[in-house]
Design a protein around this ligand. Structure first.
Ligand code: SF4
Length: 302
């Protein structure tokens, strides 16, 4: 049974924001069509329609966090893609956080490339000046073929443009890469194009996640009919190694494997400096007989 929940209820947040003050700004996802994603489509037994919360409700939540002395914590503006909301609305919220919560080390939110492209450079600068420090954006793959198959609603060129716009505005950018998203058929394409797009953008951070097909997602049906073939843990680790190996020399991003879906937890504060070590460690996993026969994680929730 699925129940519908209001936009004031938070469904997901990045693991890195686990100890942050979570301020619901939007509910659901303004796109909600990605084949692999069931976050707002009933995957957790809940459905949440897209909505922008009334400004007074958001400010009232911030007031109550201030009354409870939630000072000194990072603040995550929650919802699938708050950057879909009008810029002036977001600026008011960010400024309100900065005034009413003291010593906030970071304000962040999820962002979707299409929403970023709809904003002018001046609007993004306003968000940066108000105090938005970092956005988390799903690149998923640098391949336009895979992005189209997965109905991501963007292509490689628009991802690159959105990435540049964010960084040029002075906002840090954390991108998600979904290992295995091309399945067996497009694995090579996924590696080559993802490395190319990361090289073009040189994001502040990129984070690996591993595709785990969950009931309730459109991709689940394609997997059941074998139209889409999942990679093994070993193949996912090889994809990660090959993406890192194909990065341009200019890429200085931080890199993390900070998700339950991953088969390693490697990280780097600067992949330009750590590239060889990173690849050598991945190779040591890849050559380990225990990894070679490791079954896939069977996650029913993430
Ligand atoms: S992956 Fe992101 S953009 Fe795509 S449907 Fe899910 S929440 Fe929306």
């Amino acid at each position: 049974m699925t129940i519908k929940i209001p936009p004031s209820e938070i469904v997901i947040r990045p693991p890195v924001e686990a100890y942050s003050v979570l301020v619901p700004v939007t509910g659901g996802c303004s796109w909600n069509k990605c084949e692999f994603c069931g976050t707002y489509k009933g995957m957790y037994g809940i459905i949440q329609d897209y909505a922008i919360r009334p400004l007074k409700d958001v400010l009232s939540d911030i007031d109550s966090f201030a009354e409870k002395n939630y000072h000194g914590y990072p603040v995550f503006l929650a919802g699938g893609n708050p950057t879909s909301a009008p810029t002036d609305y977001l600026v008011k919220i960010i400024k309100y956080v900065r005034i009413h919560l003291k010593n906030v080390p970071r304000i962040s939110c999820y962002a979707k490339a299409l929403d970023i492209l709809r904003k002018s450079d001046e609007e993004l600068k306003k968000l940066s000046d108000a105090g938005l420090d970092i956005v988390y954006m799903g690149l998923e793959s640098g391949s336009s073929i895979i992005l189209r198959l997965m109905k991501k609603g963007t292509n490689a060129a628009s991802m690159i443009e959105a990435g540049h716009k964010i960084l040029n505005a002075g906002i840090d950018l954390s991108l998600y890469i979904l290992l295995g998203l091309g399945g067996k058929k497009y694995s090579q394409e996924h590696v080559k194009e993802t490395a190319r797009v990361l090289t073009e953008i040189n994001p502040t951070i990129f984070r690996f996640r591993t595709l785990n097909i969950l009931p309730g997602t459109p991709l689940w049906e394609k997997w059941k009919t074998e139209e889409f073939k999942l990679l093994s843990p070993l193949e996912c680790l090889k994809e990660e190694r090959d993406i890192i190996a194909n990065l341009g020399e200019n890429v200085t991003s931080e890199v993390y494997n900070d998700h339950i879906s991953n088969y390693c937890s490697l990280e780097s504060a600067n992949i330009q400096e750590d590239r060889e070590k990173f690849i050598a460690t991945l190779n040591s996993y890849i050559n380990d007989p225990r990894i070679q026969s490791l079954p896939r994680k069977n996650l029913t929730r993430m």
